[in-house]
Write a protein that binds this ligand. Structure first.
Ligand SMILES: [Zn+2]
Ligand SMILES: [Zn+2]
Length: 200
């Protein structure tokens, strides 16, 4: 995801609309981000294109931040000292404002091909519901079983404990009571653990 160096909240949209090169275009200002070599490749597609020198003329460290590597880009002339553009000296990417590609082509005497492109912001894609994981369902069933068994166990031990000794056939067992409590607590814990947000 690359943000526009000028409209920082805009995310550039990759489009092959220009010369089948996957360029990143800002949906708001229609500026174009060329990775290293992409501008050269695009210009080569235009008619009459020779090898153009795309090094910056009189670069000054006054550019925007590079959308790719965040370094401060240099601002300097492209082809002509008056056409000021941003170029990253680190990754050698070039940022052209909406109309600058047309100007570059004009200066180079190139014709043909599109000089600009408009892109639409991608529609917000609603998060697809997580597919139900059969393993997760199994864990939930086992956890629920444990919780219920634990609860029944605790209840039974309490029933034995609070009943008069002669009314019941078995003596209450601390061990079984503790085991039931653990089973119940473990089951409840596992059930909550199985909640989807905790598994992400
Ligand atoms: Zn922009
Ligand atoms: Zn860079």
């Amino acid at each position: 995801m690359i943000n526009c160096p000028k409209c920082s909240s805009e995310v550039l949209v990759e489009t092959p609309a220009l010369g089948n090169i996957p360029l990143d275009v800002c949906p708001a200002c229609s500026g174009i981000w060329f990775e290293k070599g992409e501008l050269e490749a695009l210009l080569r597609q235009s008619q009459g294109g020779g090898q153009a020198d795309l090094g910056l003329i009189d670069p000054k460290p006054e550019g925007h931040d590079c959308p790719a590597c965040k370094a401060k880009m240099s601002r300097g002339g492209l082809v002509n000292p008056l056409l000021l553009v941003d170029k990253c000296q680190v990754c050698e990417g070039v940022w052209l404002d909406a109309r600058e590609l047309a100007l570059v082509k004009k200066l180079l005497g190139l014709s043909g091909g599109e000089s600009g492109v408009n892109v639409a912001r991608p529609a917000a894609v609603p998060a697809a519901p997580e597919p139900r994981d059969p393993k997760l369902i199994l864990i939930k069933i086992v956890a629920a079983g444990c919780a219920i068994a634990g609860l029944v166990g605790v209840s039974y031990q309490m029933y034995l404990y609070f009943s008069p000794a002669e009314a019941v056939s078995r003596a209450p067992s601390i061990g079984r009571a503790v085991l039931s409590v653990l089973l119940f607590a473990g089951g409840v814990l596992a059930l909550n653990w199985g909640k989807e947000d905790r598994w992400r």
